[in-house]
Design a protein around this ligand. Structure first.
Ligand code: PEP
Ligand code: MN
Length: 351
């Protein structure tokens, strides 16, 4: 990690630094912060001669080698001071709640728009809506390119950011071009490293964040953070980690609830944690408890499937969407838990 004396390198200085690290088979990843830009060295950054040559440049302040497999996402990386801001809200400053349909029904755009307005009224920070869906059965509704227009209409009408899942490069390009603010990587693609790299590359220097779900079979915490590192190393460090339940399932729940890993993630990475209680428990009546538990564990926010008329929904909506009325109460209670948890920071060493 190269830290210059001035807030950023000039064009000429940058080229000089790049040409030195390339001699040692490394690359520079530029990370633009609010106040200063830092330059991560990707590759074997402990090469002594390279480090000394960089330190010998009179415009360089420090060269910090990160002793971690996660050069960018590690809690001790220079990026630990990096903050993700979406729609003017900074993650970590107040609870970030994403709410909306599992799946947008292209035949009924008004239903989605009605939900979008209702979740905004309820206090949501961003709207979710599945344009393309990963379905277990190839004959189930797979989503529709037409739904992108409906999602963007919701963004324009409400003025708050929107989230949708992308599963391949075509969808990624359409979503970036359309102006989607949060790209969701689903549980099925959380280990698709080519997609993760591509997302990092195509969203580098764009005001787009990534919500990376935990895959159903992801065991070690490091495997999850490493997947986020792929996106950051590709060029976009604005990654939120999203536990969403794992397999094998727990009897009665859709998956095995995993919001309890939140503090373990926070010990190792600075990345915000936004938990998905909907896919974890899989039934609307259990969702508020799971969402509140996630906040009690220290999550920065939740993503909750919400529908103004769940029984008219498609995809997961009829079984696991809560209504905007429930969401409104939930957001009030999330804010209370946020304050309660913060009060512990004053008396005990919590993460
Ligand atoms: C979803 O968010 O609707 C979804 C399909 O989630 P997951 O990838 O966690 O199954
Ligand atoms: Mn869903």
């Amino acid at each position: 990690m190269i830290i210059p004396k001035e807030p950023r390198l000039t064009e000429k200085q940058y080229k000089e630094v790049v040409s030195i690290v390339e001699e040692y088979g490394c690359k520079i990843q530029v990370i633009e912060g609010h106040h200063r830009t830092i330059y991560a060295v990707l590759g074997e950054e402990r090469e002594t001669i390279m480090v000394n040559r960089i330190l010998g440049l009179d415009y360089i302040d420090r060269f910090d080698a990160v002793d971690s497999p996660f050069k960018l996402m590690d809690i001790h990386s220079e990026l630990a001071h990096h903050r993700i801001v979406i729609g003017g809200r900074m993650l970590g400053e107040q609870p970030f709640v994403i709410a909306g349909h599992c799946t947008i029904d292209p035949k009924n755009p008004n239903l989605f728009l009605e939900t979008a307005h209702a979740v905004k009224e309820a206090g949501a920070s961003a709207i979710r809506g599945g344009v393309w869906k990963p379905r277990t059965m190839p004959y189930s509704f797979q989503g529709d390119d037409q739904s992108m227009k409906i999602l963007i209409d919701a963004k324009e009408q409400t003025g708050i950011p929107v989230d949708t899942e992308v599963m391949d490069q075509h969808q990624l390009e359409v979503a970036v071009e359309a102006g989607v603010d949060i790209l969701q990587v689903g549980a099925r693609n959380a280990l698709n490293y080519s997609l993760l790299k591509k997302i990092g590359e195509l969203t580098a220097d764009k005001p787009i964040s990534v919500l990376l779900k935990r895959s159903m079979g992801m065991g070690p915490i490091n495997e999850f953070i490493a997947a986020a590192e792929y996106i950051a190393a590709g060029g976009n460090p604005d990654v939120m980690l999203c536990p969403r339940g794992t397999a094998p399932t727990m009897d009665g729940y859709r998956n095995h609830p995993d919001e309890a890993i939140t503090p373990l993630l926070k010990e190792k990475t600075w990345a915000p944690v936004v938990v998905d209680p909907s896919h974890s428990v899989g039934r609307a009546k259990f969702v508020p408890s799971a969402a509140l538990a996630a906040m009690a564990y220290g999550a920065d926010g939740v993503i909750v499937e919400t529908h103004c008329q769940p029984s008219k929904g498609i995809g997961d909506d009829p079984k696991q969407s809560i209504t905007p009325e429930v969401l409104q109460k939930l957001i009030t209670d999330i804010n209370s838990i946020w304050e309660i948890r913060r009060s512990y920071n004053k008396v005990a060493q919590t993460v």
